[in-house]
Design a protein around this ligand. Structure first.
Ligand SMILES: NC(=O)c1ccc[n+]([C@@H]2O[C@H](COP(=O)([O-])OP(=O)(O)OC[C@H]3O[C@@H](n4cnc5c(N)ncnc54)[C@H](O)[C@@H]3O)[C@@H](O)[C@H]2O)c1
Ligand SMILES: CC(C)[C@H](C(=O)O)[C@@H](O)C(=O)O
Ligand SMILES: [Mg+2]
Length: 351
């Protein structure tokens, strides 16, 4: 297969982790007889510095003309520490998600056998965890009207959802549940929020189309607790944009590190594959960031093309690295650790 992949490295550790995902993907392509044409493009603070905006038209054109997008991370402290900045790296990510129609962000959480004993959570609680969040990605409070009034003394962010937006996300959730454990949890705050009541009502109306799926409705605050209390009781969780953002960072504690959490952002057209973590500015340029989240995002990319064996080859080599202690410092637990690029080289060499 010939694949054109837009490569958006971004900021901070983005370029470092992307380099490793490219090495590993190229090794997989060589092994299975594929050809990848990488098409680098600017995004985030790097794009603001270069051309004044975080998701330039040229980058959008490159994404649109590719088969998929592999994304690193964006964000820079000079913007994080300046609330008055009008142009921000994060706007680029949001604009890109909207422009590419990426309404469903698939964020899996699973445990790795060799890391079970290292988790701050008890082994018997997390063992066997295999759940997936479907985070709605192009609506809700992220995209509602926002602003200031009363001479800047009052701020507002509106949360808006349409029934159609909930339906298309929930449909993906039901379909995914049918291929897995046939359990779906709708995470909302329907005891307080009108948008959540629309979510609940919409999902309830869809239940009859999927009689085999056991559906539960849980409030987001309780899920925040149960997620770390009994993570292996969940299968597929669907939720709105902000709740999904927060709960998936929390879920990284179950797997063992933010540096292990991949994701796929999907719509009806091209897919974007990105770690859930950010640009981790404290680690930028130090060769210490864990590249596995980005490498596993590349595995999701291959699988989304229907290339299951290629995806499995990546998952197997990541497991092998974890078993053999070929890990960055976030997973070293005081033991030996390796650099970002050493881990990437090792993964590529062992494909
Ligand atoms: N998708 C994205 O591009 C994305 C996601 C989240 C945050 N951000 C941006 O990133 C910047 C930093 O945000 P933050 O510090 O809240 O979140 P972050 O995800 O960058 O880092 C939070 C913590 O997670 C750990 N971590 C993250 N990535 C890791 C990796 N690859 N290996 C090992 N440990 C890792 C580190 O302990 C780090 O301190 C901000 O500008 C924010 O807006 C971007
Ligand atoms: C950087 C930010 C806009 C982004 C989000 O909130 O979606 C990030 O936290 C993520 O999880 O991808
Ligand atoms: Mg986030």
């Amino acid at each position: 297969m010939k694949l054109n992949i837009a490569l958006l490295a971004g900021d901070g550790i983005g370029p470092e982790v992307i380099d490793q995902a490219v090495k590993v993907s190229d090794a997989v392509a060589a092994k299975f007889g594929h050809e990848i044409n990488w098409k680098p493009a600017l995004t985030g603070a790097a794009a603001i510095d270069a051309v004044g905006e975080p998701y330039p038209d040229e980058t959008h054109d490159i994404c649109k003309s590719s088969d998929a997008v592999l994304f690193g991370a964006i964000g820079h402290p000079k913007f994080d520490n300046d609330p008055s900045a009008k142009v921000r790296p994060e706007q680029g990510l949001l604009k890109m998600r909207k422009a590419l129609g990426l309404f469903a962000n698939v964020r899996p959480t699973f445990t790795f056998p060799s890391l079970l004993d290292k988790s701050p959570l008890k082994k018997e609680r997390i063992e066997g965890t295999d759940l997936v969040f479907l985070r709605e990605l192009t609506g809700g409070i992220y995209f509602g009207e926002k602003g200031r009034r009363e001479e800047g003394e009052t701020a507002y962010d509106n949360c808006v959802y349409t029934r159609a937006e909930v339906q298309r996300l929930a449909k993906k959730g039901f379909e995914l549940a049918m291929t897995r454990g046939k359990k779906l949890c709708c995470v909302d705050k329907a005891n307080v929020l009108e948008t959540s009541r629309l979510w609940r009502e919409t999902v309830q109306a869809m239940e009859k189309d999927y009689p085999e799926v056991e559906v539960s409705y849980e409030f987001v605050d309780a899920v925040a607790m149960r997620l770390v209390q009994w993570p292996n009781s969940y299968d597929v969780l669907i939720t709105e944009n902000l709740f999904g953002d927060i709960l998936t960072d929390e879920a990284s504690v179950i797997s063992g590190s933010m540096g292990l959490m991949p994701s796929a952002s999907l719509g009806s057209d091209i897919g974007l594959f990105e770690p859930i973590h950010g640009s981790y500015p404290q680690a930028a340029g130090k060769n210490i960031a864990n590249p596995m989240a980005t490498v596993l995002s590349a595995a999701m990319m291959f699988e989304n093309f229907g290339l299951q064996d290629e995806g499995k080859a990546i998952r197997d080599v990541v497991n092998k690295a974890l078993n053999e202690g070929m890990v960055t410092e976030d997973l070293a637990d005081g033991g030996a650790s390796y650099g970002t690029s050493e881990v990437g080289d090792w993964l590529a060499a062992n494909i």
